[in-house]
Design a binder for this molecule. Structure first.
Ligand code: AMP
Length: 284
């Protein structure tokens, strides 16, 4: 595996491969890799000749500085996992390499009109977050120029926003959604899970259990009734606090009030477990 920390090295190495007609699959990450990330990488490797990953904890997408400071970092271990998964290229730039001018840094930078996509759910809770995600993913796409890029459905809103962003800017990359990889008790794997206390971690399994039960109950309850029920279930645990449970049209992410309003429906949830925010979703 080639490891590059500069844009030039990465571009030069990939340019040569592209000239030889090799297809490139790309998996951007913030590191602290777990089997969810590795599944994306394996899919990229299977569907392309070259698999490229990046590890970059993007300060622009953290609206809470404490969250940025405590974000887990396990670079040596990540490198070993990527090597085992046959990753060909790892790009690990510094903040200075990605954002050489300070003018790039304010989180309020708006590079794209996301309409309602970044006003709801995570967008409401984390102002500026998705603009920061768009800035970094656009830059990474310009550096790697992948044929396909792989994103997890765990971050369902992010996936929709990346699709919208690539379409708006006409970036010639195919966005491939990947199913959420879960722990044995159902909790969606996340780098943030390592920040949970033992009790918080135990209780966090309630999130997916509640989502699965909500899917069943959607056959008999109205959207509003279901939202109330989910709130009660999650908040029964002293270790969890519901931030939102939104039922949305899976294509537009517009919240729906009645089941008949959309064919393809996702229920998206955000829960605070102590100081850690956990998100998940389920197809209804
Ligand atoms: P992150 O490092 O958290 O920014 O995640 C990098 C990529 O991995 C994103 O596309 C995430 O959606 C995806 N990802 C994170 N957790 C999971 C998971 N449990 N299953 C599938 N994909 C995931």
């Amino acid at each position: 595996m080639h490891i590059f920390s500069t844009i030039n090295e990465t571009k030069n190495y990939l340019k040569d491969l592209k000239k030889r007609g090799k297809k490139i699959g790309f998996v951007p990450t913030m590191g602290a890799l777990h089997p969810g990330h590795i599944t994306l990488l394996q899919k990229a490797k299977k569907e392309n000749e070259i698999a490229v990953s990046s590890i970059f904890v993007n300060p622009l997408q953290f609206n809470d500085k404490k969250d940025l400071d405590k974000y887990p970092k396990t670079l040596e271990k990540d490198i070993e996992s990527l090597k085992r998964a046959n990753c060909d290229v790892l790009f690990t730039p510094s903040v200075e390499e990605m954002y050489p001018t300070l003018a790039d840094l304010p989180v309020s930078n708006k590079i794209i009109d996301l309409g309602t996509l970044d006003k709801i759910m995570e967008g409401k809770q984390r102002p500026g977050h998705f603009q920061g995600v768009c800035v970094v993913v656009k830059k990474l796409f310009e550096i790697v120029e992948p044929d396909k890029a792989y994103f997890g459905e765990k971050d369902f809103q992010q996936l929709a926003i990346i699709k919208h962003m690539t379409k708006s800017f006409g970036i010639p990359v195919e966005i491939i959604p990947c199913q959420t990889v879960r722990e044995t008790d159902g909790l969606a794997m996340s780098s943030r899970n390592t920040l949970l206390s033992t009790e918080e971690r135990k209780n966090a399994s309630l999130i997916f259990k509640t989502l699965s039960a909500a899917k069943e109950r959607s056959k008999t309850l109205s959207v509003t009734e279901l939202q109330k029920w989910v709130e009660q279930e999650i908040n029964k645990s002293h270790f969890l606090k519901l931030e939102y449970f939104d039922v949305v049209n899976a294509e537009t992410l517009e919240p729906i009030a009645k089941w008949e309003e959309a064919k393809n429906i996702r229920a998206c949830i955000a829960v605070k477990a102590g100081a850690v925010r956990l998100i998940d979703n389920i197809q209804m």
